[in-house]
Design a protein. Structure first.
Length: 199
């Protein structure tokens, strides 16, 4: 029994924080887990910038409403879900991810939760569990599943390396150079073929 675990941002949809950085004109918000492996450090940095600029959930959700899945992502996901179980493992937040899940046909999403003040300011965040992608893959394996994983960032490496087959998808040159043992793909058709071969 197989289950495919996919990262969301950079794999199926554009990076939300990069889109918001461009919409808000705040280039500092372009930092992602591709640049900063320490997620807590990255989020504290983002929240501080939001506070400085008086921005909250409403403004970010307005940007998310305009984001569409990457070209070919919905078709890739539909093809994959016809053949096996798929779960999206993301370090994003329910308040960011759910509008995008609608555009992807409502696949299962495991992510985190923002804490939001009455005025709509983002006051913090709650992680589902530590090293959530790796921990979730291990939990699925303990429930009798063999996992196949794909992602693009530092925070995806744990789930990719712990799976029976793991792939980098549209990752950075630096991450690909650090992990030459991981097959790396740029096109959905190639990733789908690799996953099918591993099923």
């Amino acid at each position: 029994m197989n289950i495919v675990c996919l990262d969301m941002e950079g794999v199926l949809v554009p990076e939300i924080w990069i889109a918001f950085a461009e919409a808000s004109g705040i280039p500092e918000l372009k930092r992602t887990t591709r640049d900063e492996p320490d997620y807590d450090k990255l989020m504290q940095y983002r929240l501080e910038i939001l506070r400085e600029h008086g921005l909250g959930l409403k403004e970010i959700q307005a940007t998310i409403a305009k984001i569409d899945p990457l070209p070919g992502a919905r078709e890739f996901l539909d093809a994959l879900r016809r053949e096996t179980q798929v779960v999206i493992l993301s370090d994003t937040f329910t308040q960011f991810g759910m509008p995008l899940m609608e555009k992807l046909g409502y696949p299962t999403l495991f992510c985190n939760e923002l804490t939001v003040g009455p005025d709509g300011s983002i006051t913090g965040y709650k992680m589902r569990c530590e090293k959530s992608k790796y921990t979730t893959v291990r939990a699925l394996q303990s429930a009798g599943f063999e996992t196949i994983a794909a992602g693009d960032s530092h925070n995806d490496l744990g789930m990719i390396q712990a799976s029976k087959a793991g792939f980098l998808f549209r990752s950075t040159a630096a991450i690909k150079a650090e992990h030459p043992e991981l097959p790396a793909f740029e096109e959905f058709s190639d990733l789908l073929a690799a996953i099918r071969a591993a099923l």
